[in-house]
Write a protein that binds this ligand. Sequence first.
Ligand SMILES: [Zn+2]
Length: 347
Amino acid sequence: MNFEIIMHITNLIVSTYVCKILTEKFIVDKTLQPRIVSKILKKPNRISIYNDINISKIELKYKKYVTNFIKEIIKNFDSADLTNFYNNVNKLDIKYNLKLKDNIGGRYLSLKDKIEIKDEYDKYIYHELFHMASSYFINNIDYSGFEQIKRPFVIGKGINEGYTELLTNRYFPKEFSSSNSYYYAMKTMQEIENLVDKNKMQSLYLNANLLGLIDELKKYNSEEQIMKFITNMDFLINYLDYLRKKNTFIYKNAILKTLKEINIFLFDCYAEKLLTKSTFSYSETMNKIYDYIEKIPNAIEFTNYGFPEEYEYMTEDDIRNYILNIKKHVYQYYLNKNSKQENHKER
Ligand SMILES: [Zn+2]
């Protein structure tokens, strides 16, 4: 082979490689742009079509799961929140599909009211059934739990998958839960549920009321920060597992930045709830905030050239700075509160 040919091939390889990096970097940048709240649609009003349940259409090998799911759903949830469930379960079809992509064990297709599953992935069936119980397709828009899809526009996938996984873990045996990025999303959504209230949150999910969830969170943070949180969760659900295996710092930095922003969002919401909904003293409030910061994980494992390595997304310095700022904020809150009470006494 002469030198020119070698150069030509190397150039081709290099340019394809650069091109690949650029497109991937583009995805990273693009998906990190916060979405705007005006794009989110009001929850659709759905009329109940069925009062009964008939699952005769479902293949025998899946019937035991569906029967079990129906039993748990009826036992644990308010019937007023089960309109999507009743309407979908009666038309539901479950089919084996070997051709699903490698990383997909199952999926729910709202338009067709159909679950597709790979045989070895039976364990994902309850997760998919929760998507079925919380979905409504109308006017080309898929309202599914906390996610809204009007292709190519998708919002809320991260928080929706996390909460779907949380419910699957809560009501069904642990062997039916998955790991990886869904685990991170699930843990994060547990914190969100602790803020909002379990029953309220489950009701918002089953009614596909994303806007309702945003309104609840507005009690504890700004609309801008809430939208940033939702966008960050969307980014992680799509890319966390994939980018964790990449040996490039562009991706690691994007992930670490996103994880840190989510932690700060959770800390801020928690602090705001303590200030507005409780009667703790200044020091009691600060102690609770310290405990909360300690409780939320601040590091993640990356695979670097085949070896796992832990990265802190909130370093000691980050935590110290955060505490300094929140201390000022809490102190100011108590100062204002006391001066209001003083004014009140003088009158
Ligand atoms: Zn899912």
